[in-house]
Design a protein around this ligand. Structure first.
Ligand code: NAD
Length: 505
């Protein structure tokens, strides 16, 4: 869409380059919808290749000065960023709600979990402490230091427009890199607010930049010779493309993809607690979370009472605009996505599943926004499309398994491996599941096991391409490269030529 196609007078969302907002001259832009009303509310610039190059050049120029900035000063600035984000929690959350659609309380949770990453990065002097081995050989010391990579880029999805950028930029800039963010074009405004806060906190111009746009911007970042590393979070096909393209161009890459998270419920589980967890984790944020539970695997006799308890709870969830007090689930991100999600419910019966609750019948669907009620599909089997695809909406499937072994086989055969959870009162069974599950993040009676910021986040299999998980200690490793120094200060009088390979004496 060109800028002139978008209604005149609409707010525009620009780039942030070199410490200020810059309107695009590309002549291309996208619509930012208000999912709760179905109306266009802003136009977001789509960067040209030249604009990406301009942002990268700014970041490249800013790198030597930032890298040389003392750790204590970088830490002080990050403390200030933390303070400003904390003071603006509500403003950030309301902006997320306006463009994403999630409820304000959910958006506040997103900000809180993002803030954890800034708090972690405040400890950068400690995180970058290297190792030192005195007397590794006679009179020789060996030590390792970690140095920043240079310009690094982050490409983020729509579902966490503030938290996922914080997963990336906090560690990236704390470690001394300069950063280019390419946010989702669907809810981009919050990144401009974050840019403003970073500047107010004292982050020097050029250290943090935002490029708005679509695949043209992404593809330029993946090939730009000054960009050293790419962090990506989004759907699996794009993650795979980003990983393959950027690694081919010699870049370090961590690309987190989609998910299909299973919650295993054993016969001894507390039914009420498991049902509470399933409903919260499946329908929170309208199911648009990469750690949402999308499949309950009910073992044996637990299935019937569990499905009943889930249905009881679903009936009480209030769907409506996320900005209105009392609503627990908002709309989906776009009309097209809502229709795609609804199509899985429409097709489920013909695949052999039982549509226990049909969210298309919810009164909220009559509203003008992109609403869809909560759906429950029972007797789902792994061959069905509703099981195989990542639906990314308020649709929970129930798969019934005869035993723990059968349930485990189903979970481990799934191509995704982001998160999983087990609900049981049996510690031994939970310990066995933790050992057996081929999944990156496991919850034991915890349905959404997003690790705290001082661990790292990442899935296995088709949920992550690359070696290192995101944020926490692995994030620090990702954004730095190791240098090992071997040092001696001998008496020159004892110096002699020795053609032998150096070895400890
Ligand atoms: P998406 O893949 O459509 O977009 C992610 C980013 O990639 C956006 O910035 C977008 O502009 C860009 N992009 C989209 N298509 C592209 C293309 N063809 N070429 C280059 N760039 C492209 O994902 P989304 O719809 O914004 O987010 C939802 C997806 O993200 C879900 O699959 C969800 O599971 C996943 N996700 C995963 C995690 C995780 O940690 N594993 C976290 C959040 C979201």
């Amino acid at each position: 869409m060109t800028t002139t196609d978008i209604a005149a007078g609409i707010r525009s969302v620009n780039h942030w380059i070199g410490g200020k907002a810059c309107a695009s001259e590309s002549g291309r832009s996208g619509v930012v919808w208000n999912p709760a009303t179905g109306q266009a509310q802003a136009a977001v610039d789509f960067a040209s290749v030249e604009e990406v190059d301009q942002a990268v050049e700014n970041a490249h120029q800013a790198f030597p000065g930032w890298r040389a900035t003392p750790l204590s000063r970088r830490s002080e600035i990050l403390f200030k960023v933390r303070e400003l984000v904390d003071a603006n929690r509500r403003r950030i959350a309301e902006m997320i709600t306006l463009e994403h659609g999630k409820t304000v309380s959910d958006a506040l949770g997103e900000v809180a979990r993002g803030l954890e990453n800034i708090e972690f990065a405040c400890g950068v002097p400690n995180l970058l402490k290297g190792g030192y081995s005195e007397q590794a050989s006679r009179g020789i010391d060996v030590y390792q230091i970690r140095q920043p990579l240079g310009v690094v880029a982050g490409i983020t999805p729509f579902n966490f427009p503030a938290m996922v950028p914080m997963w990336m930029f906090a560690n990236a800039i704390a470690c001394g890199n300069t950063f280019i963010l390419k946010p989702s074009e669907r809810d981009p405004s919050v990144t401009m607010l974050l840019a403003d806060l970073l500047k107010a906190a004292g982050v020097p111009d050029g250290v943090f930049n935002v490029i708005q746009g679509d695949r043209i911007a992404v593809e330029r970042l993946l090939e730009h010779p000054h960009v050293q590393a790419i962090s990506f979070v989004g759907s699996t096909p794009v993650a795979k493309f980003v990983y393959e393209t950027a690694t081919r161009n010699g870049k370090r890459v961590q690309a987190l993809g989609g998910a299909k998270n299973h919650m295993l419920v054993l016969p001894d589980a507390d039914i009420g607690m498991a049902a509470d967890a399933a409903v919260s984790a499946a329908y929170g944020s309208a199911g648009e979370r990469c750690m949402a539970i999308s499949v309950v695997v009910a073992v044996g006799s637990v299935a019937d009472p569990l499905v009943e308890a889930i249905q009881e709870r679903m009936a009480r969830i209030q769907v409506g605009p996320g900005s209105e007090e009392g609503n627990e689930m908002g709309p989906l991100i776009t009309r097209e996505h809502r229709d795609r999600v609804a199509s899985y419910v429409a097709n489920a019966a013909s695949e052999g599943a039982l549509v226990a609750v049909d969210g298309r019948r919810d009164a909220a669907c009559q509203k003008s926004g992109f609403f869809l009620g909560l759906s429950l599909l029972d007797h789902v089997a792994p061959g069905m499309r509703c099981y195989q695809d990542e639906i990314f909406g308020p649709v929970l499937s129930v798969v019934r398994a005869a035993s723990y072994d059968e349930a485990l086989r189903i979970i481990n055969a799934n191509p995704y491996g982001n998160g999983t959870a087990i609900f049981t009162r049996d510690g031994g069974a939970a310990r066995q599941f933790q050992f057996d599950a081929e999944v990156g993040m496991v919850g034991i009676n915890v349905p959404v096991p997003v690790p705290v910021a001082y661990y790292s986040f990442g899935g296995w299999k088709s949920s992550l391409f690359g070696d290192l998980h995101m944020y926490g200690p692995e994030g620090v490793q990702f954004y730095t490269k190791a240098k090992v120094v071997t040092s001696r200060w001998p008496d020159p009088a004892a110096s002699k030529v020795d053609l032998g390979f150096p070895q400890s004496r």
